[in-house]
Design a protein around this ligand. Structure first.
Ligand code: ARG
Length: 483
């Protein structure tokens, strides 16, 4: 009678089991349909483990050679789409190991020495996520550069800055774009921090208690690039924690959710700005769609979808937190449920960032070497909107303060002036000097400089402020940071 565990689902796990799994239970417990995407990490982990076993004298050199050849064959089979994934073999780990044994015989059966699927899966997910984080950090960099390009072209363009979605004060459109650069730079920072904690090795923890074989865990970590900035191998220090913890996945999801929230706010602004009532910006037609009934429509589908997809990424974070909250130590099968939310979070975030890089910054035209498309700005519409909202009222108050009025009195005086301007349906800057002087005799002709949008912008010449020279300094700082 065969005791090969890989006969298991057609029969049962081992001699211990007296009945096979039903088809429904098989489907319910299997993860191969989704975790097969971990195959590269799984093979890398197995190669590192086998290499170490041989170096420690636990595995014969001939067995190592057979395992290496077998895993290489499996790699090319998977790459060629020729690998047969079997639901009966439950997950990516058992599928690869079974095929290895089929290819190289007993050597394949020796690979799992000193290892459990519990430390194996934790290692695979960490390796996979680490590499995805690197891609995400690269995309965040690209998006920041795209935003900086838009900022640079629009330093002098005046946008009505809003608070409560009411016109507040005029700001440089470039300055507004750079606010998102700050957000995405913090997102990238968070991703790097998560990467550091993700890039640690669970292998060697085995099922939960460690193993009686003399494994060299640091060697495996070094082989897999699980090292710190100084090149020191990073190994999970407690075997129970190593197999049960998924907080690297949770904090990644938190960082991803926050990043999507930033994308979502940008999306919301684009949707508003593109509406007829604002008319501030345009994006390329390829990011919009028409309506099946209203021929005049051009809908900002991509920003709307990004805003919508933020919901599912936030949901995945909640899912992972909830998945973990009731689990006793150490490994539980619940953890198999970490994968789909994690995979979907990575896919959604990467696609969203890619599409935003292009939507914001445009697409490279290979013939000209120039980027085309990207956000285009209707400077006139923005400036007119800023001019309509009494956006320089604070500047008038500041002017009076500089003439010796206490700020609260100046605030009240300007409120009266704004009321008068509203009743005459003019801007503050359109009130004649004589009228302005009725509110305070200290007002002189130079007030009109202060009341202009550009004067207001130039006045905010402070670190982090919206004066064009400050905005240019910000751009230089950000470019230097991004290298
Ligand atoms: N497919 C499992 C997972 O994703 C692998 C680990 C299974 N370990 C076990 N003892 N059943 O978590």
């Amino acid at each position: 009678m065969s005791h090969n565990q890989f006969d298991k689902k057609s029969q049962a796990w081992s001699a211990l089991f007296s009945e096979p799994m039903s088809d429904l239970v098989k489907r319910y417990t299997a993860s191969v349909d989704f975790d097969k995407r971990l195959w590269q990490a799984d093979i890398a982990g197995s190669l590192a483990h086998a290499g170490m076993l041989a170096a420690q004298g636990i595995l014969a050199p001939s067995d190592l050679a057979a395992i290496e050849t077998g895993l290489r064959t499996i790699r090319s089979e998977i790459e060629a789409g020729a690998f047969e994934w079997k639901l009966d073999l439950e997950d990516v780990h058992l599928n690869i190991e079974a095929r290895l044994t089929q290819l190289v015989g007993d050597a394949g059966k020796r690979l799992h020495t000193g290892r459990s699927r519990n430390d194996q899966v934790a290692t695979d997910v960490r390796l996979w996520l680490r590499d995805e984080i690197d891609l995400i950090i690269a995309l965040l960099r690209e998006l920041q550069l795209a935003l900086i390009d838009v900022a640079e072209k629009n330093v002098e363009v005046i946008l009505p800055g809003f608070t409560h979605l009411q016109v507040a004060q005029p700001i440089s459109f470039g300055h507004h774009m750079l606010a998102y650069v700050e957000m995405f730079s913090r997102d990238a920072e968070r991703m790097s921090e998560v990467r550091r904690r993700t890039n640690r090795l669970p292998l060697g923890a085995a099922a939960l208690a460690g193993t009686s074989y003399a494994l060299d865990r640091e060697r495996v970590a070094a082989t897999l690039g699980m090292v710190d900035e100084k090149g020191q191998p990073q190994v999970c220090q407690n075997s129970v924690d190593a197999v049960s913890d998924r907080d690297f996945a949770i904090e990644f999801s938190a960082a991803a959710a926050l990043c999507m929230v930033h994308v979502s706010r940008l999306s919301e602004e684009l949707v508003l700005w593109m509406s007829q009532n604002f008319g501030f910006v345009k994006i390329s037609d390829r990011f919009t769609t028409g309506s099946s009934i209203m021929p005049q429509k051009k809908n900002p589908d991509v920003p709307e979808l990004a805003r919508g997809k933020t919901g599912r990424v936030v949901g995945h974070l909640m899912g992972l937190l909830t998945l973990m909250k009731g689990q006793p130590l150490a490994y539980n099968k619940d953890n198999q449920e970490d994968k789909e939310p994690l995979f979907d979070t990575v896919d959604t975030l990467k696609d969203t960032l890619r599409i935003f890089c292009e939507m914001v910054g445009g697409q490279l035209n290979a013939a000209t070497g120039q980027k085309e498309g990207g956000i285009s700005v209707n400077a006139q519409a923005m400036e007119q909107a800023a001019a309509r909202g009494y956006a320089t009222a604070t500047d008038l108050a500041d002017y009076l303060v500089k003439k010796g009025l206490p700020f609260r009195d100046a605030h009240e005086t300007v409120a009266h002036a704004v009321k008068a301007a509203i009743s005459h349906q003019v801007d503050l800057s359109e009130l004649p000097l004589a009228v302005l002087q009725q509110f305070n005799p200290k007002i002189e002709k130079d007030v009109y400089e202060v009341l202009s949008l550009r004067g207001s912008l130039n006045a905010r010449d402070i670190l982090g402020g919206t004066a064009p020279n400050q905005v240019r300094a910000q751009i230089a700082r950000q470019r230097a940071r991004l290298g």
